[in-house]
Every structure is written in structure tokens, then in C-alpha cells.
Design a protein around this ligand. Structure first.
Ligand SMILES: Nc1ncnc2c1ncn2[C@@H]1O[C@H](COP(=O)(O)OP(=O)(O)OP(=O)(O)O)[C@@H](O)[C@H]1O
Ligand SMILES: [Mg+2]
Length: 451
């Protein structure tokens, strides 16, 4: 055996091993080149086989006839750009006359097999231009977020989509969100990722965790207010409504609409105010929302009504005052009583983890997209964290958040503890720090808290 044979054998073994154990590394070392070559050489025949070609135009046929050449072949969409990415290939196609984006969308599964890719999705960028996003491996199996993500205020890269793109939770575009899922489906880990993403931003975090605070209290150093039972939650929500009213007073005081104030300077929400007086935006995270809506006695019923009223008011009016709701629960339907469907209608950003029945999926997507309902039911029990994320435009995608452990989230929150703003109205709900330090330390002695 010569040295070159040994070297070749080593390369092949490495490639096979990588493909088996580390598909992401395999893609970046070998896979991307093979896939690009496969697409470049087989493009015309695959498009033909997938029914994505059009017959030659009349003028090309006449030209061939006049010049005595053989009849031209059918034409596939023109490739405008082929871009390799960390997880796959992105093709931008210019459609031929007579084709539409739906033709390409309907053929994505055939394209996936023909190009030997793991997944193919398509979307129309503008009239006649379609983007095909192909992934080389199952990016949701072991989620690795890219190191470079777009950062903007109130926009958190929270998960990876199945087409390899980053899924952002953008509070300014979609102020309020609802996350549903059966028990052990990954809701709290998703919420933990949101907290970790928001921790480094100028935002006040407010938490209501009726599971006795097990999920949010370890992160208390970055929280301006926390509640771990329905009674405290009611007081906290009413304090938030009072805070919201104060913010509106401030905005009104700053409006000063006169003829010489330019249109762009008239404030209608906190983001129009000058930086130095802008109130800190607040994200309210509620875990296990059903705990707030259940009651056994008359007194608890009164408390429940007040809680739901406060939540509905925050959902209806909070956005301009910079108050955003992020609600998590196992179910969130009319069986939780009056006001729930009204509140749900205000929660535009929907995310459904694995659900056990169609009714639960309908609570998230019934009024948005029937396909998304089906996709949410199909999530299997052995992939916790996989979810379907939709928006009010009817679009949806399968996503999975990285598996951020409680330890990692605690460290991020402790590192950013000095960013925790003090909101005077919520001062009474500021969690005590001393018990937190011991709770955080006891999580792991090996990696003590930094703050
Ligand atoms: N994105 C993820 N990637 C990998 N594993 C995950 C992910 N999300 C959750 N898990 C696993 O699933 C388990 C349950 O997750 P989590 O506590 O978030 O579920 P949950 O929906 O909040 O459950 P419950 O309703 O009981 O509170 C976690 O301990 C973790 O092991
Ligand atoms: Mg949970």
C-alpha cells in the first residue's frame, strides 16, 4: 500500500465518521462541496424530472428553424445565485414565464430526494424570484446557533429553524407571544433561552412562575420583579398596569403637537421618545398560565377574574408603553373561563411544542394555519424542544431552541445582574438576592455563580 492510498483511506474514514457522528462538521468539510457539485451538474435534468421546466419559447423555436438547428430543449428556472451556508445551500431562482412559486413549493420534496439533501423549503422573494433553502443534515437534531446573529434591541435569536435560518423573537414586530405544549415538551427551556437572550439587553424582566418559582427564581438576579403564587401575581400585574398608565402619561406629556414639530418627532410609543427619558421596556414572562386561571373557591374566582382582566389590559394596551407578554402553558382555551379567548387573540406570536391532541394545537394555530396544527401534532416525544412557530401572516416553521441548561442561564443572568433596572412601581416584587445566591451555588459546586 502506498502513502497516497493510506492518505485516501484516512480521508474516506474521516468523512464517514464525521457524517455519522458530527453531521455539521461533515457538511462544512466535505458535504458542501459534494452538494454544490451535485446541484451544478444535475440541475437541468433534476428540474426536468421534477416537472419544473417550460417548453422553449416561440421565438427560440423559430430561430432554430431559420438557422436549421435542432429544436431547443425545455428550460429550467435560471439560477441567479448559489450560496453555501453553515447548514446547507441557498439557491435563488428566476422563474420562467408560465411558472409560479407554488410549482416550486409543490416540488420541494422531489427536489430533496433528487439532490440528496436532508430538507428543501422554498419561498417567494419577489414576483418571479424564488429562494430554495436546502439543508444538508438534520439541523434540529443537535441545535448549534451560529456565532454571528443579527442583534437589535428587543430581538432575540431564540431557536434554529429547520431550514437552517435563525428564528428571532422580535418583540417590536410581534409584541405578545403564546407558547403551548404538553408537559415535558420544552416550553420552559424555550422561555429560558428568551431570558438568556434578553439578559444582555436594556430591558426589565418580570416573571410569574406559579410552579413555586422553580424555573424563574434561580434567574432572579436579572429579574426586576418575580411572583411565585397567584396572589402575588395579581398584585404584580396590577402594579404593571399602574406602571403602564404612568408611561402613557409620560408619552402624552412629551407629545407637544404643534405645527412646527416634525411628524417623525411626535411620540406615540416609548420608542419615539428621546433616549434619555425613554422608560425601560418590560417583558413579562408567565410560566404555567393555567395556574392563574384556575379557582376552587369564590374568593379565588374573584382573584382569577382580576388577574385575567389585568393580563387582557396589558395585552391590549401594553405595546406602546413597552410592555410585552410572553405566556407559556399546556393549554390555553375557553375551558379556562371567560376572557381567555380574548386574551389569546392578542397574543400574535404563536409557538406550539409537542401537543397530545388536536384541540391543544388548535388553541395555538386553529385561527392561523391548519397546516401548522398538523405539524404540531406530528412532533414526536423523543425530540423535546422541537416546536412549530407561526405568525399572523399564516407562515410557520419547525424550530428548536438550543438546550440551554438552568446552570448556563443562571450564569448569564448573574453576569448581567447589573443591568437589572429598578422600576419604582415594582420595587415590592424585587426578588431577594441572598437566598438566590445560595440556590444558584447549590446547583453546581463545580461552576460557581460569577456575580
Ligand atoms: N431545545 C431542547 N433541546 C433538547 N432537549 C430539550 C429541549 N427543550 C427541552 N428539552 C428537554 O426536555 C425536558 C423538558 O423540558 P421543559 O422543562 O422545558 O418542558 P416543559 O414543557 O416546560 O414541561 P412542563 O410543562 O412539565 O413544565 C428538559 O429537561 C430537557 O431535557
Ligand atoms: Mg415548564
Amino acid at each position: 500500500m502506498t502513502w497516497s492510498t493510506v492518505a485516501l483511506l484516512l480521508v474516506v474514514v474521516t468523512a464517514v465518521l464525521l457524517r455519522w457522528r458530527r453531521p455539521a462538521w461533515y457538511w462544512m468539510t466535505f458535504g458542501v462541496t459534494f452538494a454544490a457539485l451535485r446541484v451544478a451538474f444535475r440541475y437541468a435534468s433534476v428540474m426536468d424530472a421534477c416537472g419544473l421546466t417550460v417548453p422553449p419559447s416561440r421565438w427560440r423555436l423559430s430561430l432554430a428553424r431559420m438557422t436549421n438547428r435542432p429544436a431547443p430543449e425545455s428550460q429550467a428556472p435560471r439560477i441567479l445565485r448559489m450560496r453555501p451556508t453553515r447548514t446547507g445551500l441557498v439557491l435563488r431562482l428566476k422563474l420562467r414565464p408560465g411558472q409560479d412559486a407554488f410549482d416550486v413549493a409543490a416540488a420541494t420534496d422531489r427536489l430533496r430526494h433528487s439532490f440528496a439533501m436532508y430538507g428543501v423549503t422554498s419561498r417567494e422573494l419577489r414576483s418571479g424570484v424564488v429562494e430554495l433553502r436546502m439543508t444538508g443534515y438534520d439541523v434540529l437534531e443537535r441545535v448549534q446557533m451560529p456565532t454571528k446573529v443579527d442583534s437589535a434591541p428587543m430581538r432575540v435569536p431564540v431557536a434554529l429553524r429547520e431550514d437552517g435560518a435563525v428564528h428571532y423573537r422580535d418583540y417590536r414586530a410581534v409584541p405578545h407571544g403564546l407558547t403551548l405544549g404538553a408537559t415535558e415538551s420544552g416550553k420552559s427551556v424555550y422561555q429560558r433561552n428568551l431570558v438568556a437572550g434578553l439578559a444582555g439587553q436594556d430591558v426589565a424582566l418580570v416573571g410569574i412562575d406559579c410552579k413555586q418559582g422553580v424555573e424563574l427564581f434561580p434567574l432572579a438576579r436579572r429579574f426586576s420583579a418575580l411572583a411565585d403564587n397567584p396572589d402575588t401575581a395579581l398584585e404584580l400585574l396590577e402594579a404593571l398596569v399602574a406602571h403602564m398608565e404612568d408611561v402613557y402619561q409620560l408619552i402624552r406629556a412629551e407629545q407637544r403637537i404643534t405645527v412646527n414639530v416634525p411628524d417623525a418627532e411626535i411620540a406615540a410609543d416609548i420608542w419615539d421618545l428621546p433616549d434619555d427619558i425613554r422608560p425601560t421596556p418590560v417583558v413579562v414572562l408567565v410560566d404555567e398560565v393555567a395556574e392563574l386561571a384556575l379557582f376552587a373557591t369564590k374568593d379565588e374566582e374573584k382573584r382569577r377574574d382580576r388577574i385575567i382582566t389585568a393580563l387582557v389590559r396589558l395585552a391590549q394596551l401594553g405595546r406602546a408603553a413597552g410592555i410585552y407578554l410572553e405566556i407559556c402553558g399546556q393549554r390555553f382555551g375557553s375551558e379556562l373561563g371567560k376572557g381567555i379567548t380574548m386574551l389569546r387573540a392578542q397574543l400574535t406570536g404563536r409557538t406550539a411544542h409537542r401537543v397530545n391532541d388536536e384541540t391543544s394545537a388548535n388553541m395555538a394555530f386553529g385561527d392561523i394555519s391548519p397546516d401548522a396544527v398538523l405539524a404540531a401534532i406530528q412532533i414526536s416525544t423523543d425530540t423535546p424542544g422541537v416546536a412549530v412557530a407561526g405568525d399572523s401572516t399564516g407562515g410557520w416553521a419547525r424550530i428548536r431552541a438550543p438546550h440551554t441548561s438552568l446552570r448556563q442561564a443562571v450564569n448569564i443572568c448573574n453576569r448581567n445582574a447589573d443591568r437589572t433596572p429598578d422600576l419604582p412601581e415594582l420595587a415590592a416584587f424585587r426578588p431577594a438576592v441572598a437566598p438566590l445566591a445560595s440556590a444558584a451555588l447549590s446547583l453546581s459546586k463545580a461552576a460557581p455563580a460569577t456575580a
